[in-house]
Design a protein around this ligand. Structure first.
Ligand SMILES: [Zn+2]
Ligand SMILES: [Zn+2]
Length: 430
């Protein structure tokens, strides 16, 4: 009874709730990676009790219906119970209603998940919230097959299906899109020049340079005059800032203001000088990598009461790592634009809608031949692997691999603050 009272008074602000007086939840703030120490005595009793009945691998979650991380686990356990019926047993035990069970299993904090193999042998314990992908990943790591032969194929493409034969000067350095001759933007480097599809990609480029001196950088940029097709200094041009049918900004550059004003009569848009265009474009940034972004292209990320953006699906996961905060992401399927909702808790996936959603990790070989991220424009989430497959069919030059959304989050969560500061920066992104 004492155990129940203490537990009921515990303040639920962290991943797990201490069950016994005098046991402080010292490790629960890092619950994501913390395995519970084997319980003295209790674990082996429980093991013996299970051995005789279990023919399937079994996952027992010991929690309580009023503890926050336990509540977040409930729908995951329900879903797995149905989805893995006949392949794995899933059981929930409420230790506030049934305090003896807490003793029997020797647990000290809730929620605690105990993994038993088909022989009834305890293989692993985890304290705190544990998402579906994490549970499945743990079974895999333990060498316990709960897939029933239905293992997800996971697309891997290490070599392009067809090479990209476009001439270099017609491919945007930033987004890899086709360069329209009317909006072509050129950055002159010391030895080479970089071609971008338009001023927007240039401003993404500028926001990706570490410690950029804007004046020195801007002196290198030329834009195409919409009227004549000639290159002119970006800082000297006038810009028509309009909107396409989908509400996404459009930018046309003009060498002289009269031509811009004339064009404005046929297509409604604002006339802007370069510095206003720049500050407008740089006002909205990726909450992970700080790149300039249009909300229309981005993932919405909610953290606390604040709304922000991730410039790509993977960056949106990175917001949890950068802010060390739980986030809610609304990503769009790369093929169809269907919504994919991801919620995190303590750096792990708390919910994923639809549950079939997968991620594509676009990768390419770097100068040393090692696989590295191909950058923000080559990443995506999809409501299912069929959509990813179709998306890849339309992108024969794309290389990379299918990963789980939990993996996309985990990859970001393990970054150090120094790595986060360099994320997606030109020449720094690894
Ligand atoms: Zn571009
Ligand atoms: Zn980003």
């Amino acid at each position: 009874m004492k155990l129940v009272i203490v537990a009921a008074l515990a303040v639920v602000v962290i991943g797990a709730v201490a069950l016994k007086k005098g046991k402080t939840p010292t490790e629960s703030n890092t619950s994501a990676a913390t395995a519970a120490a084997p319980a003295p005595g209790g674990g082996s009793e429980a093991k013996a009790g299970l051995g005789s009945t279990a023919k399937l691998p079994k996952l027992i979650d010991l929690g309580a219906d009023k503890c926050i991380p336990c509540k977040m686990m409930a729908p995951i356990l329900e879903e797995m119970k149905k989805e893995y019926a006949g392949r794995m047993q899933v059981e929930f035990i409420d230790v506030w209603k049934n305090p003896d069970a807490g003793k029997q299993y020797g647990i000290e904090m809730i929620p605690t998940q105990i993994f038993y193999d088909a022989e009834g042998k305890e293989r692993f314990r985890h304290v705190g919230f544990f998402g579906k992908e994490d549970i499945l990943g743990k079974w895999k790591e333990l060498g316990v097959d709960v897939s029933g032969g239905k293992a997800a194929a996971g697309i891997v493409r290490e070599t392009p299906v067809a090479a990209d034969t476009r001439p270099r000067e017609s491919v945007c350095f930033m987004c890899d899109g086709d360069v329209n001759a009317k909006t072509k933007t050129v950055v002159k480097g010391q030895s080479e020049q970089r071609v971008l599809c338009g001023p927007h990609c240039y401003l993404i480029y500028l926001s990706s340079i570490v410690g950029a001196d804007p004046q020195a950088e801007e002196a290198k940029v030329s834009v195409t005059d919409w009227a004549s097709g000639n290159l002119v200094a970006a800082t000297a041009a006038t810009y028509l800032y309009g909107m396409d049918a989908k509400g996404r900004p459009t930018i046309k550059a003009f060498a002289n203001k009269e031509a811009a004003t004339k064009e404005q009569q046929s297509s409604p848009a604002n006339l802007l000088p370069w510095d206003v265009l720049r500050s407008k474009e740089l006002a909205t940034r990726c909450a992970f990598c700080d790149r300039a972004v249009y909300p229309e292209d981005a993932c919405g990320v909610k953290f606390g009461t604040t709304h922000g953006y991730g410039c790509c699906t993977h960056c949106s996961m990175g917001v949890a790592a950068r802010l060390k905060q739980d986030i809610e992401v609304e990503a769009k399927d790369g093929l169809t634009g269907e919504l994919i909702r991801v919620k995190t808790l303590d750096g792990q996936i708390a919910s994923l809608e639809p549950a079939t959603a997968v991620a594509w990790f676009g990768q390419k070989k770097d100068a040393e031949g090692k696989w590295a991220s191909a950058g923000c424009f080559k990443q995506g989430f999809f409501v299912n692997d069929g959509n990813l497959q179709k998306w890849l069919e339309a992108r024969p030059a794309m290389t990379g691999r299918q990963i789980s959304i939990a993996q996309a989050l985990a990859d970001k969560m393990k970054l150090s603050p120094e790595q986060i500061a360099k994320a997606c920066k030109l020449g720094e992104c690894k």
